[in-house]
Design a protein. Structure first.
Lengths: 530, 376
């Protein structure tokens, strides 16, 4: 019955297409062990923003890569105005007017904005770069799209913020005449203000007759920006419907194929047994930080990017220097000058950047899971491998890590499963306090729900959890209490009963205007305010 | 979802046959090395047969296999063992040849009691044990210096060891009296290390008409070092930490591994083994010659990368290096038999290093691609 429901939706979509429509028909693509795309057909129409949504592994990126010429489909066709297209490489796709802007654009660090935009096609006179001409063209085109104020042409590639990088990449595409523009998770590293600017641009381009594909995990944004929504699941197009007819609930339902009722389940059972207390902590990033976390408590740390939350975690964990202040663990003052000392005292820290700071991507699930406890399992230098496997597989099972074996290279698992292994690593070390920095970043909805459940369960087993997150729903849904940080200090504490997005944001941006001059984070904040 | 969970449990109970056990032991990457080695031997045999050289029949004689092959690869093999650890951590030690020169001079001068070290009389004269210890210690001190420069002064390892390569090469001359080699011909116990043979009387068949003459002591030393290193890298927490640092040094540090101490230790092991190689060089050339180790790092580094160690570290095995050492040895030996001159051999070896690294980079790219693919 459900199938018929989806079929109906597909049929509804196949009305007559305006000229210039990119018609994708019956695209299939398989990788070893996985059918990435299975018979996907859809139309990308000019003057329309089409969203691709789906969990990680649903096939969104594979589809983008086929459109961009990075991958060749196993079967199926792409047509514009009855003309069949085939893209052996991205360059051919660019020439046909199809451009995909990936999450992390390739920016040349030591070269200014103007040259970055025109890279490869710099205007030349007598073999020398005609800078005057170049700067004029770039300034004019930036002004045309309303970005002249936010993207000075003289800035060097490595001085650009994430948003500015995106704009450079979009400008690159625009200058060469683009018919179909795809944006892959463009807002994942942008501030709200920057998102607004990007949306204005996207709408402008759409109204100018461009076909736009918008890939995102953020459903609210999709409903706000997009005209139609294509939902992919396990390589198949599940539905394609006008955004107006959809609610966030329905989209999630279509994406995961099951109802996500009560994604946050937190039954606070906090005790009065204090585990961690920080008194008057000062560092390069922080001024007079005071807080405490009890056993069995999930304490959220909210704030804007650059508020100093990750740095606070690193100072407590001994990876960054503490200037003054006390770290008190279970009533005793401790010194954590190195991560290994912090670990020995019972502090665990799952970092924000899983790939750069957390995992050893080329090593096995086993080695990654046992990395912290391997010393405890060592006698006379030799690792007790039987015990190691026992512990690792018990956590792999407990956390429902989906892996073919313990020997699997961890880089080949999905983001959600990688994150579970990071958690397994720290849980195996039996910490007294576990610091989780953005534990659900970049993982799909299903895995997120599992991690939320796990956090709740761990706290109820008596673990103290310091929960850093930039996603407000998650902070509100899971935290028993929240500290809000801004520019390196704690601007307030909110009890669980009073948690709302407004109450958090108010504190997160409280003295944004007055305090900025003396804030230790000034440069950092500037970098983020585009 | 269920199928994957099932396959996880299924793979645990799956019985392993002898063949898969062998592959597991060898490592799947090393299988290709073994095949390459066999192909190389076949090629040399066939080619030498074609062009009617006597060399073809010479290859499979006990004399050639034991003397040239087993013995010639030992020094490079030892150096490559130390280099493997360092390379697995993602860095490079190019000073090992110079350290070997120092080890060679120090061991000889301790034994004979001349030169800067010998006249200090730290260790008793004419004692082979203390000569070996002195050589290894000299190497470890060299490694300690490397480690301290790299970790405390934050100098890139390749650059740091390029500097110490020159410095240690000079030191070797400074340690020798007037910069001249120290003869040890009068020390039969010492020269036995490189020239002696064990199990001479074993009843082994003649091969291509040549008689069994026993296993060179050198070969036994190399095998012992290979086994010790294999155990160290595979079964100890030290080995785990090396792989972790090579795979992702930041993640290793945040998991409580003291990267600084580890790096110093690794360079000390690499230096110590280079020192031992130096001792054996002195024994083989019957002199503590300051030029003994010159240029040997090149072959050792080639073997390490040919053996499958990733240039950025974190992947590779001791056995892989060992197989690659034999491949380099067979190649040299084969080219000798086929009458190529040493200059051609140098070109070939240089190209081999480039090819080995190119293969390693290709593998790395493939694995990065598959990581990216899993992202979405």
């Amino acid at each position: 019955m459900e199938k018929a429901f989806f079929e109906k939706n597909k049929n509804e979509d196949s009305q007559e297409n305006p000229p210039g429509t990119l018609e994708i028909r019956h695209i299939c693509k398989a990788f070893p062990n996985v059918q990435a795309l299975n018979d996907v057909s859809l139309d990308i129409r000019p003057g329309e923003v089409l969203a691709f949504v789906g969990e990680n592994g649903a096939g969104k990126s594979t589809l983008l890569k086929i459109i961009n010429g990075d991958y060749q489909p196993d079967s199926g066709t792409m047509q514009i105005d009855r003309e069949t297209l085939s893209f052996p490489n991205p360059l051919v796709a660019h020439k046909a007017g199809i451009r995909v802007i990936y999450q992390e654009p390739e920016i040349i660090p030591g070269v200014n904005v103007a040259e970055n935009i025109w890279v490869g096609e710099l205007p030349k006179t007598n073999g020398f770069i005609d800078r005057q001409n170049l700067n004029r063209t770039v300034t004019e085109s930036l002004a045309e799209y309303g970005f002249d104020s936010v993207l000075p042409t003289h800035l060097m590639g490595d001085q650009l913020s994430a948003a500015q990088r995106q704009i450079v990449e979009i400008m690159r595409a625009l200058k060469s005449g683009v018919r179909v523009l795809a944006l892959d998770e463009p807002t994942s590293s942008l501030s709200d203000d920057e998102v607004d600017r990007l949306f204005t641009l996207v709408r402008k381009l759409r109204d100018g007759g461009m076909a736009i594909i918008y890939v995102s995990h953020r459903i609210a944004e999709i409903l706000q920006l997009c005209d139609r929504v294509a939902v992919l699941r396990d390589g198949e197009l599940i539905a394609i419907r006008p955004a107006k007819e959809l609610t966030d609930h329905e989209i999630v339902h279509l994406m995961v194929g099951r109802e996500l009722t009560e994604i946050y389940q937190r039954n606070p059972a906090g005790t009065n047994k204090e585990v961690l207390r920080i008194e008057h902590l000062n560092s390069k990033w922080h001024k007079d930080i005071n807080f405490h976390i009890n056993a069995g408590e999930v304490v959220g740390f909210a704030g804007l990017v650059g508020a100093g939350r990750s740095e606070l975690a690193k100072v407590i964990f001994g990876d960054k220097r503490i200037d003054s202040g006390k770290i008190i663990l279970e009533g005793k003052e401790i010194s954590t000058t190195t991560p290994s000392k912090a670990i020995a005292q019972g502090i665990g820290f799952a970092t924000e950047d899983r790939k750069r700071e957390g995992l050893i991507l080329i090593r096995s699930v086993l080695e990654n899971a046992s990395l912290v406890i391997v010393n405890q399992l060592t006698k006379l230098g030799f690792v007790n491998r039987t015990k190691e496997k026992e512990i690792a597989s018990s956590f792999v099972r407990k956390l429902n890590v989906r892996t073919p074996s313990l020997e699997q290279e961890i880089g080949k698992l999905s983001g959600g499963n990688q994150q579970k292994v990071v958690l397994a690593r720290w849980l195996a070390a039996k910490p007294k306090i576990l610091i989780l920095d953005e534990p659900t970043r970049g993982i799909d909805v299903g895995a997120k729900a599992e991690i939320y459940k796990l956090i709740d369960q761990l706290a109820n087993e008596g673990l103290a959890i310091m929960f850093i997150s930039s996603e407000l729903p998650e902070i509100i849904g899971l935290s028993d209490r929240v500290y809000v940080m801004q520019n390196g200090h704690i601007t307030g504490e909110i009890p669980g009963s009073e948690l709302t997005e407004e109450s958090i944001l108010e504190l997160a941006m409280a003295d944004d205007l007055q305090g900025e001059n003396e804030s230790p984070n000034k440069t950092k904040m500037e970098e983020f305010s585009l | 979802m269920t199928t994957i969970t099932e396959s996880f449990t299924a793979s645990n109970i799956k019985k392993k046959n002898i063949f898969t056990q062998f592959i597991d032991f060898l490592g799947s990457d090393n299988l290709s090395l073994l095949i390459a080695l066999i192909l190389l031997i076949l090629l040399i045999t066939v080619v030498s047969g074609w062009i009617g050289l006597e060399g073809g029949s010479k290859f499979f004689t006990w004399q050639n296999l034991l003397n040239s092959l087993a013995q010639a690869v030992v020094i490079v093999g030892l150096l490559a063992m130390g280099e493997t650890i360092v390379a697995l951590a993602g860095v490079m030690d190019i000073s090992i040849g110079s350290i070997a020169s120092c080890g060679s001079v120090v061991a000889a001068s301790t034994l004979v009691g001349t030169g800067a070290v010998g006249s200090l009389s730290i260790f008793p004269q004419n004692n082979i044990f203390w000569a070996i210890v002195a050589g290894i210690l000299a190497g470890m001190i060299g490694g300690l210096i490397n480690g301290l420069i790299i970790t405390k002064l934050h100098v890139n390892a390749t650059v740091a060891t390029l500097g110490t390569m020159a410095a240690f090469a000079g030191t070797a001359f400074l340690l020798a009296p007037n910069g001249k080699p120290i003869g040890v011909v009068t020390q039969p116990n010492f020269t036995w290390l490189a020239q002696g043979r064990l199990w001479k009387d074993a009843a082994v068949h003649t091969l291509n008409g040549s008689k069994w003459t026993g296993v060179p002591v050198l070969t036994v030393i190399l095998l012992v070092v290979v086994i010790v290193m294999h155990i160290l890298m595979r079964y100890t927490s030290f080995g785990r930490a090396v792989y972790a640092i090579g795979g992702n040094a930041t993640a290793a540090r945040l998991a409580g591994i003291n990267v600084t101490t580890m790096k110093i230790r690794m360079f000390m092991i690499s230096g110590g083994i280079a020192g031992l190689a130096g001792v054996l060089l002195a024994s083989r050339t019957t002199s503590g010659n300051p030029i003994n180790g010159q240029g040997l790092e090149m072959q050792a580094i080639t073997a390490v990368y040919l053996g499958g160690t990733s240039t950025s570290g974190g992947k590779g095995t001791v056995f892989g290096t060992f197989l690659a050492v034999i491949i380099v040895g067979v190649l040299n030996n084969g080219m000798n038999l086929l009458g190529f001159n040493t200059f051609v051999q140098k070109v070939a070896l240089g190209m081999l290093l480039v090819v080995a690294v190119a293969i390693s980079q290709y593998r790395q790219l493939q694995s990065e691609k598959s990581h990216k693919r899993m992202e979405k």
